[in-house]
Ligand binder design. Sequence first.
Ligand SMILES: [Zn+2]
Length: 392
Amino acid sequence: MWQVEKMIKRVRVLAIVVCLSLVLSPGIAQAEGELRVLGSSAEAGFPSELDFSLSAESDVSITDIRLHYTVDQAGFAEVTSEVFIEFEPAATVEVEWSWDMRKTGGLPPGSTVEYWWTVQDADGKRVETAPVQVQFDDNRYSWRSLTGGKVTMYWYEGSESFAEEIMLTVEEALARLVEDTGAYLVKPVRIYIYENPRDLRGAMVYPQEWTGGVAFTRHGVIAIGIAPSNLSWGKRAITHELTHLVIHQMTLNPYNDLPTWLDEGLAMHSEGPLGSQFKNYLNRAIAEDSLISVQSLASPFSAYAEQSYLSYAQSYSIVEFMISNYGRDRMLELLNTFREGSSYDGALNKVYGFDMDGLDELWREHVIQQYQGAEAGTADSSLWAGILVVVT
Ligand SMILES: [Zn+2]
């Protein structure tokens, strides 16, 4: 499907080149007066706008101007947006249009937007400009970069060794992920390290006050705020977000997404052993018989802090149970089955021979036994230096 779409696009680009050379070559169009594009530009106002402008002239009124653009991201079909520009018809026109991302949602730093125009006059003459790419970069900082395998990291504060330490964490996380689940990075990933959450929030339209990191799974981008003094939190957070990217790359399909418990459980599992505060949440829920069902955890987690922490803790525990009891190959098979667009119960049934209710039953038995006799500690509600967000 994607291949076909891509090919269609190639053909279209070729067609444009042919068209343009016909229209622009001297002697062909001039005789009857021509429709000409005088200038075209795009200026990025990161993170909230992208301003396009065009000027054109003809010997009769220009009546129709459209802007077309696409954003580089992993999709199933190439999505082209088309904007009808409002203007007063005239022989010479200058138009502007601003893509206001406060209305549409933002793009991650480093995105590439490709755009072109189609212009038409009252005589029906038509020009389509060649596609041009514009970079949507966060130019507030002087970024340095470091590349290892498919991962390129950008940072502006802290030494080389700070960056190298994070890169090492990335490599270890990817190696562990292959070992535990068989999942691996399919496409390149870019990681932007901001010095702190405040700088990160300056890169987002409408940031939430508590945002500490964002994974843009379709774009293959992680943006995160890590001060050199907060490195240990940062390493865990990067490992977590990177896992989301890998899992989404492995399972991307147009039909179905992943159950949240699997997506978050794998991300938590990559981070290493469960923290004691999360364990306390689990322990208390077992004691109070208030564990959340696997079925409920398939939907987005509760916005309430306590329920949300328990959801993460349970997701970790469910994934841990699946990997340690049934092994890595089945987990990989499960991910591959999800890539085919399978339903949640369908995928589990095919690979493990039980559905989500069956998993719920087996896992409860396991976790209750595992936590038997554990001291019930106090649950702390300030677990993270910042909440991690996933944008799909
Ligand atoms: Zn997560």
